[in-house]
Ligand binder design. Sequence first.
Ligand SMILES: Cc1cc2nc3c(=O)[nH]c(=O)nc-3n(C[C@H](O)[C@H](O)[C@H](O)COP(=O)(O)OP(=O)(O)OC[C@H]3O[C@@H](n4cnc5c(N)ncnc54)[C@H](O)[C@@H]3O)c2cc1C
Length: 456
Amino acid sequence: MTTGLRDLATIRTNVSGRVIGPEDPGYDAERQVTMGGVDAHPAAIVKVADTGDVVAVIDLARSTGLELAVRCGGHSSAAHSTTEGGIVLDVRDLNSLDIDVAGRTAWVGAGLTAGEITTALASHGLAIGFGDTGSVGVSGITLGGGIGFLVRKHGMTIDNLLAAEIVTGTGEVLIADAETNPDLFWAIRGGGGNLGVATRFRFRLAEVGQIVGGLLVQPATAASITMLIRAATDAPEALSLIANVMPCPPLPFVDEAHHGELVIFSLVCWSGPVDEADAALAPIRAAVPPIADLLRPMTYPEMYGPEDPDYHPLAVGRNLFMDGVDEADAQTMVDRLAALDAPMKVVQLRPLGGAMARVAPEATAFAHRRRAIMANVAAFYTGPDDLERTTDWVEGLTRELRDGEGAYVNFIADEGPEGVRRAYPPATYGRLAEVKRRYDPDNVFRRNQNVEPAPA
Ligand SMILES: Cc1cc2nc3c(=O)[nH]c(=O)nc-3n(C[C@H](O)[C@H](O)[C@H](O)COP(=O)(O)OP(=O)(O)OC[C@H]3O[C@@H](n4cnc5c(N)ncnc54)[C@H](O)[C@@H]3O)c2cc1C
């Protein structure tokens, strides 16, 4: 039953963190999430200061019946980290970082961003592989899986997760690791926010010093796309590449003649020995002569480009897996991209494999270990008038390119139960629902890519 929040004074006496309501200064800034077009007004945003606060907020959500949204970096494509009229449990002030340099492990507060952690670790020549964007929160990316520049060499983010502290739906504070609550540890590695609120994570750290990385821009044709993706798939595991097939933006380092033409805009990261980079990169460069080649030795945090915190685009995106990219697939991309009039349109291709694929699909709640390529189809729209047209284009192209079922939970938009089922194959879904029944039997954590608890 929903009883609502009569006032915020009671919450303020029960937590040591900040409680921000609609009347408070800073409310608009604090309720803002990354995705554009989201204008939800929570009844309260609680910036928890410690684990005790998390327990208190979960208790408040249970007693009032209000919807509970859990927020870290705010990048959820489905805007699940905010709620209309409910409570936002905001973990961003849980920002401790305790690095054991000799032991190559770190305890990381659940509110930090991937960029903050990456910068701090780099001063020790260490890294955790997160994604391609520094402002993404450690909690969201880790609980969903984590696929980034180090995925082929060091595995997914969850493959380097050693433990986490979790507050469950019933308010229990638990450690989850391989020995303690192993069912919970299995489920939080891919199960998203379904099982509880993470307050801190313990990671294994990889040695990552100088890398060779940056931007490579090549003309996009069916042949060049196919050759590039083949070269990236066959490359040594220390090489990861995120290829964006899209119209070339008016970038100062690309000849004006190419602006607006279809290009492959790749973020490339070679994390092997610097003196072996040229040999490893040769087949990538040979796929088609680059029109801009900004690859250079750099520190790993430099892979995260500058970001504008006030950038909130209106975007539609869909995620899929492919078994490979043949010329027919690539031609479809080229044709469909040419046919849409939109402020931004892209097919993003991420060759996988390597360390990620050596983990058994049933070892974690992320099951798509053996898929060759993860792809995202996305486009910007300008308002309600072109939303439907843009969505049709994105969904149509996704259907044309998708090989079999499957999607990555961290890139699913608000696609309902069907989207969640796509993220979890039936056996994974069933096991998650069983674990959910144990740790969140009343589905307190339902504002997410929701797996309902299995019936008792
Ligand atoms: C620009 C952009 C680039 C991206 N690039 C990549 C990439 O390269 N690789 C990749 O793997 N993913 C990538 N993602 C997807 C990203 O990993 C997910 O959107 C992720 O969920 C965002 O985490 P967040 O903490 O920033 O978001 P939030 O919106 O704050 O959180 C997302 C969800 O996670 C849950 N959650 C958050 N904090 C907690 C917590 N402490 N305890 C329990 N549940 C919690 C909640 O259910 C919440 O709705 C990208 C997303 C964007 C927008």
